[in-house]
Design a protein around this ligand. Structure first.
Ligand code: SAM
Length: 253
């Protein structure tokens, strides 16, 4: 039998937010490889499968293992939370597999859109997703991107906002954004989006640091037009409600 690797986005958490395709693929696999925390999220779906768990920063090992198993003829799923092509496993698996084994990427609901749905409709206009993790990206590049996004009046979604190893990046990011955006700008903080233990805070750029932010949080910072209505964030799409007098005009003619 020919081996294959599927890189599967399992969505933000609870299985209701996984795509049907991801669910079907996981059911057909011989082996599931993933970071322990993500395996736990889908344990009830994959309990009859061979599972290979590994820790954080073991992405290269996971990809290598998947290639070796697929070369032996196995059907292997490498899982990522959210979408595997957004700070996930898709890239490294493709790089490792080259032309040796087929790879298919199964998309998933990424944290940005999961958090946005919880907050209302903050991503109705152009937005930038920026990770504050400087593990693999120089901090100067992250700061440049933050300023460019702020200058362009884009809604800004921050992934990896704060960890024990880098507690101050979120403070620095907020300072940079404040160079170009008002302190009253609406901000949404969503922890564990679309998981049973979801937590939501709607705040402002001025006050956001008074709330808990951690590695399980996605931060959504509005643009200059984002507003708070009924405890929801809304970024207007730009539809201008023009009054249409033509019908009344026709009556008069
Ligand atoms: C390495 S990125 C992985 C992103 C993932 N591939 C995706 O598409 O959502 C990890 C960051 O995503 C965000 N994140 C992932 N899942 C989340 C969730 N359920 N709720 C809130 N934020 C989440 C957090 O900011 C976390 O630090």
């Amino acid at each position: 039998m020919d081996g294959i690797i599927y890189v599967v986005g399992i969505g933000p958490g609870d299985k209701e937010h996984m795509t049907f395709k991801a669910y079907q693929i996981l059911n057909k696999m011989d082996i599931i490889i993933g970071y322990g925390t993500y395996i736990q999220l889908i344990e009830d779906i994959i309990k009859d499968k061979k599972i290979i768990k590994s820790g954080m920063t073991k992405e290269i090992e996971r990809a290598k293992q998947a290639v070796e198993l697929a070369q032996e003829g196995k059907k292997v799923a490498v899982i990522s939370s959210g979408d595997p092509g957004v700070y996930g496993m898709a890239g490294i698996v493709l790089e490792m597999a080259r032309d040796m084994v087929p790879v298919e990427i199964i998309p998933g609901v990424t944290a940005a859109t999961a958090a946005a749905a919880t907050l209302g409709a903050p991503l109705m206009h152009d937005f930038a997703v920026i990770s504050l993790s400087d593990l693999l990206t120089p901090w100067i590049k992250i700061m440049t991107r933050l300023e460019a996004a702020a200058l362009g009046d884009m809604v800004i979604v921050l992934y990896n906002p704060k960890s024990k190893g880098r507690p101050k990046n979120i403070e620095a990011a907020r300072e940079i954004i404040l160079w170009h955006r008002a302190p009253e700008t609406p901000v949404g903080l969503v922890k564990n989006a679309k998981r049973g233990n979801e937590e939501v805070v709607i705040t402002t750029l001025k006050d956001m640091l008074n709330h808990e932010i951690d590695m399980l949080t996605t931060v959504v910072i509005g643009n200059s037009e984002t507003k708070i209505e009924n405890d929801m964030l809304i970024t207007p799409r730009g539809y201008h409600q023009k009054k249409n007098y033509s019908k009344a005009q026709e009556v008069l003619e």
